[in-house]
Design a protein around this ligand. Structure first.
Ligand SMILES: *Cc1c(COP(=O)(O)O)cnc(C)c1O
Length: 360
């Protein structure tokens, strides 16, 4: 068996210990004689899996009792529609557009109502976070929407906007559990888990209870009502059971490591190794404004497309996988999620140094 260094933006690297544990339990989960994949979601064994997962997530993130934790499906992209369908009472919402995912979310919301783009960094290909300190909030807005970590462009919103009492809704797909977050500042936090937490197919939504109501847009399908999932403990229909099981293991892995404070320390250390190199290299350069840099997704370029392609090819051959930048951006991107060991980043930097020397 040989494992590569996987820098994919998603689906992405998972902790080896978690994969090993899942492998050991594959044929016989703790003496029940079957795999979790084969296990009915109406059994007490599965109920324990989902209950433990929720309890551990609550501990990790300090989720208050007045927030529901929902395990959903359909990817983060389905939330782009579920959010307006469930929250747009006045059919107005304010969106901060800092990248492709926020742009897609805003476009989807436009199907249902009026969307105000209250800040955007589209003018400089989303290479920075616009000033959100005094954005104008529409008094009619049902919520204010942000994508807090921009997976494709490699920026993170560090200072949340003052929403003037409107619920803040945040897509945290690519920064989920990478650092502590104050849940009380949000009406809803959500993410597809395939970036930092588990296998694709599971979405976790953390929603303040008072926002979960039957008062949804007419025509909202049953499966797209948060209330249905909340009232049924995420078991209205068959949940993404195996995904929830793996997420639960990742939560335990994080708790054993010391929780999100410790994870943040590790992530800062890892990111600094790469950013410090980008700042001193004469060949490789970061593409975003320094103060807005993401700890998770690090885009970089040489400024020469042929050289970029050569680098990606040689890096791939050397066991550094999925470093090609997003198709809309070009260049390279190293996603260094929780499960990427520091050693992986150090070896990547050593490889980049060597490449720079050989291609001057
Ligand atoms: C990957 C990603 C999405 C889309 O996720 P899907 O599960 O493929 O729908 C949305 N938002 C962010 C921030 C992402 O990184």
């Amino acid at each position: 068996m040989s494992r590569v260094y996987n820098f994919s933006a998603g689906p992405a690297v998972l902790p080896e210990e978690v994969l090993q544990e899942a492998a050991a339990e594959m044929l016989d989960y703790r003496g029940i004689g079957m795999s979790v994949m084969e296990l009915s979601h109406r059994t007490k064994d599965f109920q324990k899996i989902i209950d433990d997962a929720e309890a551990d997530l609550r501990t990790l993130m300090g989720i208050p009792d007045n927030y529901k934790v929902l395990f959903l499906q359909g990817g983060a992209s389905l939330q782009f529609a579920m959010i307006p369908m469930n929250f747009m009472k006045n059919r107005v919402a304010d969106y901060v557009v800092t990248g492709q995912w926020a742009k897609k979310a805003a476009a989807e919301a436009k199907i249902y109502g009026k969307v105000n783009v209250i800040a955007s960094s589209a003018d400089k290909t989303f290479s920075y976070i616009p000033d959100l300190s005094n954005v104008t909030i529409d008094p009619q807005a049902d919520y204010v929407y942000i994508c807090q970590n921009n997976t494709i462009y490699g920026t993170t919103i560090r200072n949340l906007p003052d929403t003037q009492g409107k619920p803040l809704v945040a897509d945290i797909s690519s920064m989920f559990l990478s650092e502590p977050m104050d849940v009380t500042k949000y009406g809803m936090l959500y993410g597809g888990v395939q970036k930092n937490v588990g296998p694709a197919g599971t979405v976790i939504a953390i929603i303040r209870e008072d926002l979960i109501t039957d008062d949804v847009l007419p025509g909202t399908p049953t499966m797209m009502k948060y209330k249905i999932h909340a009232d049924n403990g995420s078991l209205y229909n068959t949940p993404p059971a195996y995904g929830i099981y793996i997420c639960g293991k990742v939560f335990k892995w994080l708790l054993a490591m010391g929780g999100l404070e410790e994870m943040k320390r590790r992530n800062e250390r890892k990111a600094a190794i790469l950013y410090d190199f980008l700042d001193r290299s004469e060949m490789f350069h970061g593409t975003v404004r320094k103060e807005d840099r993401s700890l998770m997704n690090v885009p970089f370029i040489t400024g020469n497309e042929e050289l970029d392609a050569k680098f990606v090819k040689e890096a791939t051959a050397a066991g550094f996988k999925s470093l090609k930048g997003h198709r809309t951006v070009g260049g390279m991107r190293a996603s260094i999620y929780n499960a990427m060991p520091q050693e992986g980043v150090e070896k990547l930097v050593a490889f980049m140094e060597e490449f720079e020397k050989n291609n001057r």
